[in-house]
Design a protein around this ligand. Sequence first.
Ligand code: UD1
Length: 416
Amino acid sequence: MQKLSIQGGNQLRGEVRISGAKNAALPIMCASLLTPETLRLTNLPDLHDVGTMRKLLQQMGVSADSVPGEVTFKGDKVDNWEAPYDMVKTMRAAILVLGPLVARFGDARVSLPGGCAIGSRPVDLHIKGLQAMGAEITIEHGYIHAKAKRLKGARIFFDIVSVTGTENLMMAAVLADGVTLLENAAREPEVVDLADCLRSMGAKISGDGSDTITITGVEKLHGATHRIMPDRIESGTFLVAAAATGGCITLRETRADILETVLEKLGEAGAKIRVEGDSIHLEMNRRPKSVNVRTAPHPAFPTDMQAQFMALNCIAEGSAMVVETIFENRFMHVQELRRLGAHIDVEGNTSVVRGVDHLEGATVMATDLRASACLVIAGLVAQGETVIDRIYHLDRGYERIESKLSELGANICRVK
Ligand code: UD1
């Protein structure tokens, strides 16, 4: 099993290019199931999850051809409507094939995802939404089996804001008969990127980016070319890493408008931030100040940045409260940070972090994707060597992380 070894203490300095967003790429790849014509995607990140999704689509009969910088998907020979357990258990986003498959083929068998390191993460809202659109759903042998002649437009209210739930039902509704209204929908920028792609394929969608999305179904969609938006979580992770190490970095090919709360919190921590076009420049000339964080659906503070800010707070001046309101078990990194010398108390969904002068390197274990990123940041500031075990989590969501960090001056390498 591969590990990362980090010698802490170097400040991050220089420029880094931000990759395409994992959480936009995965649903948009599934949109290739909605048409027999060609969907050409550029700026797809080279990530483990993107590879898994590509394999899943290929198993279903979608062809995927790459040339540098782009992948062309073609769903004219789809003859297998099943997402098997082996794939769904390694990547929950595989649930996103459900909506497109029922919408275009009237039949889908998708494994139930099961539990997850950060919470129970049910998919009941995806299922209820499809039922409201007329799909007949049975759960058998651990699989969701959905059938429908043609889905019908419906008014669907989400009890809880769900990102992939919104995306799945949006993809189901584009080919349905009539108008679908998604209420209390997710407003995440990745939902908007998917809507942009679907519109360029001929879908009729409005209101994406707000909490009410209206979709008027069409008979069929056509091919299109779409550029995946930049990854706001990768952007935020590099910015926090630079702030924690007292560094000075410039992110290229990103967007400040999708990072508002994160930039605000970094400003509160004492970072100087300048935005120029698609670049963000951050400079940190002092010990960071502690910042309180409360996660909630977009446009509030993203849960996918909670762990990284926890690492920053560990070495900050003062104490801070970190409240997680989206997932019930997303503090797995706390135990590992304590092994590096952090002072953190946890009560329910609230952590109180008391900043210490320094962390000390140790061997730690990554438990999920963003927890891994938090441990990398902690390792970059800790004195001595930090070894992070189980970094396959990191490879699911960060493209070339150790080479990007090395180029910024970090002393980091992968060991077998
Ligand atoms: C997506 C992101 C993930 C991010 C999360 C929250 C992708 C591929 N993943 O995950 O990185 O951390 O949004 O921003 O985009 N829920 C239900 N029933 C459902 C669906 C969700 O109860 O049917 C609950 C979940 O358990 C959770 C909350 O709703 O407590 C939000 O989850 P959701 O937005 O669906 O997360 P994902 O879409 O899985």
